[in-house]
Design a protein around this ligand. Sequence first.
Ligand code: OSB
Ligand code: MG
Length: 381
Amino acid sequence: MFITSVELREIRLPLVHFFETSFGRTTERRIVLVRVKDKDGAEGWGECTAGEGPFYCEEWTETAWTTLNSFLAPMVVGRELQNAAESATLMRPVRGHRMAKAAIETACWDLEAKCAGLPLWKHLGGNRPEIPCGVSIGIQDTPAALMQKIEKELAAGYQRIKIKIKPGWDVDIVEAVRQRFPAIALMADANSAYTLADVSLFQELDRYNLMMIEQPLAHDDIFDHGELQKQIQTPICLDESIHSDEDAKHAIALGACRVINVKLGRVGGHAEAKRVERICRENNIPVWCGGMLEAGIGRAHNIAMATLAGFSLPGDVSASARYWEEDIIEPPVTVTSWGTIVAPEKPGLGFEIHLPRLEALTVRKEVIDQGLGLRCAPAGH
Ligand code: OSB
Ligand code: MG
C-alpha cells in the first residue's frame, strides 16, 4: 500500500445523555477522524479516541490533532507500507500519543482489509462472528436515575452492567444496585479514583459478588494494584495502566490484575491490541473490549477487534443509539435482543461512512499529501 494522503477532520457530536466518570462529565464529543488513501484510490477510516480534555490520559482532541498534523501523518504519507502494522513502525519515533497513532494505524487496517476483500474482523484473525455486549453506565444525578438506566439496559438484553464509582458514589450505590438486581453480571469502574489507603473500602465491595473492579488505583500504576489484589477477592481489571503487551506482561507477572480491558486507542492500534490479546490468552487472562464513547468508525473498529479469541467477556461496545441521535455510519450499530453484536460481512469496517452527515458535522479539515520534508523530522527520517 502506497499512502498518498491522510485527511484529518474534527467533528462535534452531542451525546444523547451526558456521560460522567470519576474524572468528569462529557456532554458533547470532539472527535478527530482520519481517512487514509492509497495510490489506487482505495481508502480506510480511523477514529481517534482521545477525549475532550487530558483527564482519562494525557491525550485530548487538540494534542491528537496537532500531533497527527505535524508529525504522524507526514510519517506515513508518501511511504510504501508492506502491511497495515508497518504504519505503527513508521510512527515509532513519536513517543506516546497512542490514541493519535491508533487513528492512522486502524485506518490503514481498514484500507488493507478492503484491498484484500475481507471484513476487517476476519483480516485481523477474529473467530467470533457475534460478540457479547455489556454497557457502561455513568454516574447519575440520583440513585433512582441509575436504577432506571440499569432496568432499561437489562430489558434491551445487555449481558452485563458496569457502573462507574467515585468517592461518595461507591459502596452505598453498589449495595443498592445489588439489592435491586441480586443476580445480574455486575462490575464497577473507578477510573483511578482511589489509593491503597482505601483497601478497606475494596474489602467491603468484596461482599457484592462483582465480576471485577476496574482500575481502582492510579492511572500509571501497576505495582500497587498487585498489592491491592492480594488483599481482596474481587478480580481487578486494568484499563488505564495497560498501554502495550509489555505492560500486560508486567501486570500479569505482578498479579496486578486478573482481567484486562483492551482499548485500541490506549494501546496504539490493532497490531498492539493483537499482541496484548495474545499475551493475555497465553496466560489465561480474559480480556474484553473497552469503549471511549466512540462514533461509528471507532465502534466498528472495536467490533472487529472484539472478535479475536481472547475477548471472552462482554465488553463496553453497545448500540449507536445509546450515544447518538444519528451515527456517522450506515447502518448504525445495533444489538440483538440477547445482547450481542453480529460482525458485518462487507469488506473493511463493514459499515458505510455517511459522508453528507460527516461534512455537516465537520468543524475543521486538513489534508496531508506530502511526507516529511518541510516539517520538523526526528533523526533518521
Ligand atoms: O474507563 O472505560 C472507561 C468512557 C470514557 C473514558 C473512559 C471510560 C469510558 C467508559 C465508556 O466506560 C465506555 C463506552 O460506553 O464507550
Ligand atoms: Mg475504564
